[in-house]
Design a protein around this ligand. Structure first.
Ligand code: ATP
Ligand code: MG
Length: 480
């Protein structure tokens, strides 16, 4: 089926989808939407119709061979999509074809066509082609729809149409049947698991007139249907100072309301937190998770001691502090960045130079720095430790025993220790995982950054950058 002007796009009404399909569906196109049961086909289609009517003034029709009117209206209302109101206002119609089996193909087709032209619908959903095909004795009978009626609906009436195709459970491919050849676009919805946690993914097989750069994307059904294009950093337009997040008696806030919520409170006081970071994760991405905790300590007049991970130098740390609106004076008073001594090193109040040869010697110096911060602030200290940097200097065994000793020390002092671990040390990951009170992982899938808890166990959450407050914050959306 060919589409008039390929550049004439209709916004899909599905959050994030337009970014990966070139701005929207080609107007008057036929889109095949395929997937196993429960993968979100009905919800995506409902968003297409609902937002099409509400935001773009396009009337829509849902032709259902699969789901009853009551169940459709009820389920969608639970997602905040009130189709009854739309129907009352004449912007939506639900065609119940559940009992159509006895009727002739021609009648069904004509009923749909009549409805589309009568209502002047610009969006149509047929749920599903599979159910429709089953309703007729001969499959080729149902296929007539594609070549006659559907082409008239889409091309002549300019009505963009989603044709749902059910893929039986257990199968994960779409068969190469007729509807897929005539389609202008094919979207496959799927669900899989990542460390036992639900991961939803969408695959774009084709979208006529659109160079498809990203063929796969992560999505969630939280509050409707939201697709996550690859992670994007955002510039901070109006820089502001970090707003402190309140701690509780039991927990330190992570500095991020979203992360606090994911962890059901925050980081327990006196705890050791292990954050495992995948090799695909950039500094900016994991700093979104760690920086707010440091901001939250500093703006409350507490000390932070940092051993930066490999690839992070003290200038980057200072820049991050600036992004959180931390003043130069606060950096000098409250932040301590541990670095390896080098020829020509220029001392600064916030820098602590280590020899990096003998851990015992350096450890004593570290404790001294910590003591001074505790004395000057009268408050617990936050430790952020890049394990890779330490291993480079002292070797795995030494580092492990130091971290063990440190976990006890932090627990007794009621402070907080965040350990950052990069890949390459699987054994260490296991040992530190057992030692830690909180264990988070950060990884990437189809360009989206995923954060999840091993301890406490959480669902996968997609990480985005939120700059709406004037400083970088993590935005976490659960995948359900
Ligand atoms: N209010 C809601 N909030 C979040 N998720 C929901 C909500 N209601 C249903 N779901 C989830 O949505 C999924 C079903 O979505 P949907 O009905 O769109 O799937 P489908 O692909 O059309 O399935 P089927 O092939 O059975 O028709 C279920 O897995 C369910 O867990
Ligand atoms: Mg459905």
């Amino acid at each position: 089926m060919s589409v008039g002007n390929i550049n004439d796009r209709v916004p899909s009404g599905v959050g994030g989808l337009d970014k990966i399909i070139g701005g929207g569906f080609p107007r008057g196109s036929l889109i095949v939407l395929a997937g196993n049961p429960g993968t979100g086909k009905t919800i995506l289609s409902a968003c297409f119709l609902y937002h099409g009517a509400v935001n773009y003034g396009e009337r829509g029709i849902y032709v259902s061979f699969a789901e009853s009117r009551k169940s459709f209206f009820g389920n969608m209302l639970s997602l905040g999509l009130d189709f009854e109101v739309l129907e009352r206002e004449g912007r939506f119609r639900f065609l119940d074809m559940l009992t159509v089996r006895e009727e002739a193909v021609q009648n069904v087709l004509e009923a749909i066509l009549k409805e589309v032209s009568e209502v002047e619908a610009k969006r149509l959903v047929i749920d599903s082609f599979s159910a429709l095909a089953q309703a007729f004795r001969e499959t080729h009978e149902a296929r007539i729809i594609l070549h006659t009626i559907l082409s008239r609906i889409t091309r002549l009436l300019g009505c963009t149409t989603i044709l749902i195709t059910e893929i039986p459970r257990g199968e994960n491919k779409i068969g190469l049947s007729a509807e897929e050849f005539v389609a202008d676009g094919i979207i496959l919805l799927g669900r899989t698991r990542l460390e036992g946690r639900l991961l939803r993914e969408l695959e774009l097989f084709k979208m006529r007139g659109t160079p498809v750069y990203e063929t796969q994307a992560v999505f969630t059904l939280k509050d409707g249907f939201k697709v996550f294009p690859p992670f994007k950093s955002k510039p901070i337009e109006k820089p502001c100072r970090f707003q402190p997040q309140p701690d509780t008696e039991e927990y330190f806030s992570t500095g991020s309301p979203d992360l606090d919520k994911m962890l059901e409170g925050g980081y327990p006081r006196g705890s050791t937190v292990l954050i495992e970071i995948d090799e695909h994760i950039t500094k900016l991405q994991y700093h979104l998770i760690t920086a707010p905790t440091a901001y939250n300590f500093i703006v409350q007049g507490r000390g932070v001691i940092l051993i930066p991970s490999r690839g992070v130098d003290h200038n980057l740390v200072k820049r991050r502090a600036e992004e959180g609106g931390i003043t130069r004076n606060e950096v000098d008073r409250l932040l301590r960045i541990c670095i390896k001594d080098y020829p020509g090193f220029k001392p600064e109040p916030c820098l602590v130079a280590f020899k990096g040869e003998n851990l015992k010697e350096d450890y004593l110096k570290y404790i001294e720095v910590e003591q001074k911060l505790v004395e000057s602030t009268g408050q617990p200290v936050l430790h952020i430790t890049g394990v890779d940097t330490m291993i480079d200097m002292y070797g795995v065994r030494e580092v492990l025993s130091a971290l063990r000793a440190y976990a006890t020390r932090v627990m007794e002092a009621g402070g907080l220790s965040i350990i950052l671990l990069k890949p390459g040390y699987p054994k260490l990951a296991k040992i530190l995982g057992a030692l830690a009170d909180v264990h988070l992982k950060i990884t990437r899938e189809h360009g989206a950054v995923l954060v999840y808890g091993i301890k406490p166990r959480t669902n996968l959450h997609v990480l985005e950058m939120d700059v709406s407050r004037g400083y970088p914050m993590p935005k976490l959306t659960q995948i359900i």
